[in-house]
Design a protein. Structure first.
Length: 369
């Protein structure tokens, strides 16, 4: 099964290698930093206990597990909007290309161009883009005009500096602007809609599918402001991803899965893994980025994680870490632990001192345990 979402640090490429190193028999499987679920979805166990501190991500797992109709109606509305904006744009493309050409040759000034663009874009009614009314028309009208006018200005600036735009290139750039208007409109709704319900969860999934980074980065106002991924997202559609979320095999696994949405220590204290169980630990790298809704996994959190491993854990476990000097200083030195390294690019196990070791594997069991 595919990971349910794009997520920074996911182990999709490495999942088969890592699972091959797991104990041969696992009663219950625990993953306190589940992220995209790329490893979780490859494991066979009696029951599963997964967790992520990002409340929106945890709610996404719950929405998929519950097969919540309202969540899917919103998600399908957004997926249809991505296609609908193309259909409407191509009906207007000749007009917009002509408007840009008049602007770049100074046949029209900025004010007249702005008005002309607004008039053309008003021919794209809200109801032909979104099947569910999320706000009044004004917000979407403003986004359409803003992004198209901004693209006019950037293209004109590039051409004034010696660049050249033929009709095909103008068409591609203006298509991206209108895709960006849909993205930005839904992003603004997301930042205003704070209730953790099906609308916010569907918006979260959409934004994580089309943003320029797989990280859930929040600004100082606790708003998600990562921009649209750009042209390479124009032909990316959610229809197949929605079908994957509805995969009966995924639902079957989630039906025997406990889904937590808290700090890892709270999750482990609440679920109490036992000796026959297995914990896969793939924590965020400290001090590198702030994700998961605006919090950072710090060296103090690693201290808490080590404290749990040393004094409170009776289960078998494996931890995967980036092979950096900082991480080696944090985790190395325990004789009871087994260490190895692997290269994420060729997916081969290597020695710890091998300069090609991109990651470190630490565990408290031997092969076959």
């Amino acid at each position: 099964m595919e990971p349910i979402i794009s997520w920074i640090g996911n182990k999709e490429r490495e999942a088969d290698l890592l699972v091959s190193l797991f104990p041969s028999e696992i009663r219950n499987y625990y993953e306190p930093f589940v992220g995209s679920g790329s490893v979780f979805l490859k494991v066979k166990a009696r029951e599963y206990y997964i967790n992520d501190r990002c409340r929106e991500l945890a709610e996404l797992y719950r929405a998929v597990k519950g097969n919540r109709g309202r969540f899917y109606r919103y998600l399908e509305c957004f997926a249809d909007a991505w296609t609908n904006i193309d259909l409407e744009y191509f009906l207007l493309s000749d007009y917009l290309i002509s408007a840009y050409k008049a602007f770049r040759t100074e046949q029209t000034n900025f004010t007249d161009m702005n008005s002309e663009v607004a008039a053309y874009l008003s021919r794209i009614p809200y109801e032909r883009i979104f099947s569910i009314r999320l706000t009044d028309n004004y917000g979407f009208e403003m986004e359409k005009r803003f992004w198209v006018v901004k693209k006019f200005i950037s293209m004109h600036r590039e051409e004034s500096a010696g660049g050249s735009y033929d009709d095909a290139k103008i068409l591609k750039k203006l298509r991206t602007a209108l895709k960006c208007s849909v993205y930005a409109y839904l992003q603004n709704i997301y930042n205003r809609h704070k209730e953790l319900d099906d609308l916010r969860t569907a918006l979260f999934y959409f934004l994580m599918s089309y943003n320029a980074s797989s990280a859930y980065l929040m600004d100082k106002h606790h708003e998600f402001r990562v921009p649209y991924i750009g042209e390479k997202g124009n032909d990316k559609h959610l229809d197949n991803r929605i079908l994957e979320l509805k995969n009966p095999a995924l639902r079957e696994q989630l039906n025997v899965t406990y889904i937590g949405g808290s700090d890892f220590a709270t999750f482990l204290a609440r679920t109490k893994p036992r000796k026959e169980d297995f914990i896969f630990i793939d924590p965020p790298e400290p001090g590198n980025y702030i994700q998961n809704g605006g919090w950072e996994f710090s060296p103090k959190d690693y201290d808490r994680l080590q404290n749990y491993i040393h004094f409170h854990c009776s289960s078998r476990w494996m931890m995967v870490l980036r092979n950096t000097e900082k991480m080696r200083d944090i985790i190395f030195g325990e004789e009871a632990f087994a260490y190895s390294g692997f290269n994420k690019y060729n997916l081969k196990l290597v020695g710890l001192e091998d300069e090609n070791a991109t990651h470190i594997i630490v565990c408290n069991y031997c092969d076959g345990d």
